[in-house]
Design a protein around this ligand. Structure first.
Ligand SMILES: Cc1cc2nc3c(=O)[nH]c(=O)nc-3n(C[C@H](O)[C@H](O)[C@H](O)COP(=O)(O)OP(=O)(O)OC[C@H]3O[C@@H](n4cnc5c(N)ncnc54)[C@H](O)[C@@H]3O)c2cc1C
Length: 452
């Protein structure tokens, strides 16, 4: 059986790895459109700074990336202890995000009314809508203030999304399940804490886990997979279209060549898969084209340590939309991991754009730098120009799982099942993080292998 994977991001690369793990003799190739593999994982080293263009790390509370790193003999790097401290910008200053329910009681981030309203959660009735927005869920259960100051910035931090459109059950399936099962998040937390205590573990209100990367950045795992795949990975091989004749697929490439394959897995973004399938499966292509990908830009700015008066001993901060600022948040990268800035310098990494202001991400580089500097001046009091600046633009950055995503996935699954030997994977469908991508590739490798 011959297998062709279209897209050499972490989804496609890890899928190839898992398939070869099951059958080292499998005839397999990965076709990547760009001149390098990795997709949204790209670590850029220049002038002594190590900038992540996209992915900054993964959480170690799920085993998938750690397990793959172990198989590749890589050493994961946990974030510094200081990075446990996260901040939220509100009313002109940064407030530490409470790390425990007790700390929460004394946090000044929410007003006494806002804090009190959260305890009413235990009495709030269960939701009736099958697919509800994150905003509606959070306001209903936790109140408007907690939604604005806690939930909204979290949605920006992970999805660069708009909680008024994001689907709770597609973006945060665990929280959706907990409400269904226990009727209240507080009740669920207490119950889970009790169970966890018996096994000596702890459960907190947040997603948990520690941000993890590698000493030389996230691209380490891409380099290692590239080396493992060798000649099976072909770069600058964009696929334009796929056709099916009898039991085989023909892939038409941008460079004019045509390749044949028994099995084709589209591990590229949904909008690219939609283009590729336009003639073969128009209805499927239409569903895929409906998944939105707003633009996000990442501004990496390096400053001399002595020029930064603000304490940056922490993870960084997120900005609630209600503050009406122009950035989504800033990570204090050189406080999170070692080796991100040269001695005597710091590296700050700011996100701009996202579902609510995609146009800001697409401003020219000078303007993006100017906007970020204005915001950092107001928020952190930084009033000097950076010694180092890099702007990385992602015109189509992160797929949005808006309300209707689950129903769309059902249509997509039904449509794909009509094409024997055709599969879709990647962060557009069932989880946007690296851990999700690797877990989904692992599952898919098992499914494909079981059919051979
Ligand atoms: C700014 C930003 C920050 C992020 N930070 C994090 C983070 O810290 N942690 C985390 O877990 N996740 C993060 N993510 C999400 C991250 O994108 C995913 O977890 C993961 O990298 C997606 O991998 P993928 O392989 O599914 O898709 P991609 O990385 O998008 O890879 C798809 C690949 O397909 C290729 N391709 C496209 N069209 C074609 C074609 N026609 N033919 C052949 N190849 C094609 C592309 O060139 C690309 O290489 C971030 C995303 C962005 C944009």
């Amino acid at each position: 059986m011959s297998v062709t994977i279209v897209g050499g991001g972490i989804s496609g690369l890890s899928l190839a790895y898992f398939l070869l793990e099951k059958d080292p003799g499998l005839e397999i190739r990965v076709l990547e459109a760009e001149n390098r593999p990795g997709g949204k994982i790209c670590s850029d080293s220049s002038d002594g700074f190590l900038c992540e263009r996209g992915v900054n790390g993964f959480l170690d509370n799920k085993p998938y990336t750690l397990e793959l790193a172990r198989k590749l003999s890589l050493n994961p790097l946990r974030s510094n202890d200081a990075a446990k401290k996260r901040f939220i910008y509100s009313r002109g200053r940064l407030y530490p995000l409470p790390e425990s329910p007790q700390a929460f009681l004394f946090s000044g981030l929410l007003s006494p009314c806002g804090r009190g309203r959260i305890f009413y959660e235990i009495l709030s009735p269960k939701g009736k809508e099958e697919d509800e927005t994150l905003a509606s869920f959070a306001k209903r259960r936790l109140g408007k203030e907690a939604y604005e100051k806690l939930i909204d910035p979290m949605a920006s931090g992970i999805y660069a999304g708009d909680p008024e459109k994001m689907s709770l059950k597609s973006c945060f399936p665990r929280i959706h399940e907990l409400e269904r099962k226990y009727g209240s998040l507080i009740k669920a937390l207490l119950k889970l804490q009790k169970e966890a205590k018996k096994s000596g573990k702890s459960v907190g209100p947040g997603p948990g886990g520690r941000l993890t990367s590698f000493y030389n950045g996230m691209e380490t795992i891409v380099r290692s997979l590239k080396e493992f795949l060798g000649q099976r990975l072909l770069v600058s091989k964009g696929v334009k279209a796929v056709d099916k004749r009898e039991d085989r697929y023909s892939l038409y490439l941008e460079d004019g060549s045509v390749m044949e394959s028994d099995t084709v897995i589209l591990a590229c973004p949904a909008y690219a898969a939609s283009e590729i399938l336009r003639d073969l499966a128009p209805a499927l292509a239409a569903h895929l084209s409906e998944i939105p990908y707003p633009a996000v830009s990442v501004a990496c700015l390096g400053f001399r340590q002595e020029d930064i008066r603000h304490n940056i001993n922490g993870f960084g901060f997120l900005v609630p939309a209600s503050e009406k600022r122009k950035i989504l948040g800033t990570l204090w990268d050189s406080s999170i991991f070692p080796n991100r800035a040269p001695e005597g310098y710091v590296l700050l990494r700011t996100m701009i754009g996202g579902a609510r202001a995609p146009e800001l991400a697409m401003e020219d580089e000078e303007r993006v730098t100017g906007i970020v500097l204005d915001e950092l001046k107001d928020i952190m009091g930084i009033d000097v120009l950076p010694d180092f600046a890099r702007i990385y633009r992602h015109e189509k950055a992160i797929p949005q799982y808006n309300v209707g995503h689950a129903a769309r996935l059902q249509e997509i699954d039904n449509a794909v099942s009509a094409y024997r030997g055709l599969y879709l994977t990647g962060n557009a469908y069932r989880g946007i993080g690296i851990n999700d991508c690797i877990e989904n590739s692992h599952k898919l490798a098992g499914e494909i292998y079981s059919k051979t």
